[in-house]
Design a protein around this ligand. Sequence first.
Ligand code: OOG
Ligand code: MG
Length: 247
Amino acid sequence: MTDVQRLAARLDDAARAVRAIPPLTAERELDVPTAYAVQRAGIERRTRRGEHLAGVKMGFTSRAKMIQMGVDDVIWGLLTDAMAAGPSVDTSGLIHPRIEPEIVYLIGREVRSVAEVESAVAGVAVGFEVLDSRYRDFAFTLPDVIADNASAARFGYGAWHEPRDLSNTGLLMEIDGRPVQTGSSAAILGDPARALRAAARLALRAGIPLEPGWVVLAGAATAAIPLPKDAHVRVTGAGLGSVEVAT
Ligand code: OOG
Ligand code: MG
């Protein structure tokens, strides 16, 4: 096993055992390219178990998220079909889940250049992402969270709508009927379409172009909120309807 594979195994084992570990950087140096190699090795472990790639998630595309987590760069991660949430998410399989609102794009055809990504979008939806850092206390440096596949755990979305301008779409997240976050998609790099283009660029550069049927999560416009057990969460996007999930 290479060092990269060993680090990926440590994160994968933590997720499967539902047990937090210290950040990788607590005991060794980790640069960003190596961190992405660890992320990729973790995804390979999943695909070897029969999971299929289902899309790309962007992280830290808003100041609210950067400030919440103490990092200062945009990152990305990969989604698999096993991360797709049904109407409910079982929190007992997660270490310390958090939930955040997302803008979600549906890719309609293979994206061979950044210039064509917007015309390849087949639908847009309001969604949510359930994050679960494999690190103790959700505390990490930028390379740690990259290696941990950007804390990806579960994702879901509401009904697809015709592609449209989403540069200033109001977002509301409610837990048990109580508003817990409000924001605007404008917080996502000024326009989530920029996050979409970044996703296309990063995926192309990594040799994994966005494929038809994949989704792109643009990144949360607000900070994430702890996701309790026995909760009912609703995320609403102006003009996009709502998506609901129970725990
Ligand atoms: C990393 C994931 C960031 C987003 O939407 O910004 C992210 C984390 O906050 O643990 O998914
Ligand atoms: Mg997110």
